[in-house]
Design a protein around this ligand. Sequence first.
Ligand code: ATP
Length: 404
Amino acid sequence: MARLGPWLPDVSDVPPAALAVSGGGDSLALAWLASRWRRGLQAFIVDHGLRPDSAQEAVEAAERLEAMGISTRILTLHTLRAGPGVADRARDARYAALFAACRESGCVDLLLGHQADDQIETIAMRRARGEGFGLSGMAWITETPDVRLVRPLLGVSRAALRETLRHAGVAWVDDPSNDDLRAERVRVRRTLLEGGETLKAELFALGRISGIARAAHEDACATELASMVSLSAGGWATLGHDLPGDAALAALIRCVGAGAYPPSADAVAALRRRGRAGTLAGARLLRARTAAAAGQSWVLAREPAAMDGRIEARDGVVWDRRFVLHCDADMVGLRVGAASMGIDRRARGGVAAALCETLPALWRGEQRVCVPYLGICEEEALVGAEFSFAPNVAAASGGVWGVS
Ligand SMILES: Nc1ncnc2c1ncn2[C@@H]1O[C@H](COP(=O)(O)OP(=O)(O)OP(=O)(O)O)[C@@H](O)[C@H]1O
């Protein structure tokens, strides 16, 4: 059996990972954290040549990186000029330079310092522009023909990264263009700061919800997502909350519970204030059981459907407003009901019990004979039985498009 580790791979074994470092707090924190994670790092600093101090700042950032033991190259751009659209032109030129440098150095991964606040701002900007799917924000990993872009810090707040650097004794430079109100991102950041935590929390929820909607159209694993949202991913903790704010919790309840109308604001506030398990508008709020997340983390699961669908014809049973059943076998006489409780942990294959209760199963009388999503099938004729999302899933997954 192979030995576990080593955790710091030998440079000769793996291609170097590239770091895009601006000299600002986010990407320097990325570099510092990465330097404690692995060897074989190659940092690239792009000097856009647009400000008189930029060359000197690039040299200072390079010194900070070298002090962390990271080999560093400054990529100087000579052709950029100030003027209309300079931010977009600078970004295009920066990525082109970074990609070329990665190719030259044989780097397969390019790590970027985008963090959780950037993500929230991105979602806010896309929402303001009326974009739809973009509401799930930036991807953690983006494959390009040149390199794989990796954003490992998307779950970490700007404040936490600054704190990390302070502890490590690493100085950074705040780019003055981050205060330039002509930039859309800067204006959005200002609005978010003024709007406070509620707005942030709402946008975070919206991002997740639209991710859920997209997944619902992509594959069956979306069942899990459409039926259950984990509130433990560190997102709310990042915002300093145990549970999301009222508006965000209402949006999530609507998504998971698929109610035709949003829950009342008072009911949501009461559920949140109580801080314990409860049911509202077709969704159940439960404490997560996992030991690692104990104390802080919650799950919002769909309330198990009370409805049983008796199969009268060969096909076309819609269950829980979400699923359509398909099967070649004659199933008249069976019924579709919730997979329900009592399925052995091993048979569930890691699927949470709360989610299991919301999955469709085929029942013959009191006997559960098939749970397609879990691969459980007691009758040979039913082996091909399948559920897919009902065509009205966008509506069924709960006002996904209508949350505002
Ligand atoms: N001058 C630079 N040199 C190298 N990398 C940079 C530079 N500027 C930004 N980056 C990389 O891009 C990340 C995001 O930076 P920032 O948010 O300023 O860029 P952006 O213009 O919003 O870019 P994006 O289009 O990628 O969102 C940084 O954390 C860093 O990894």
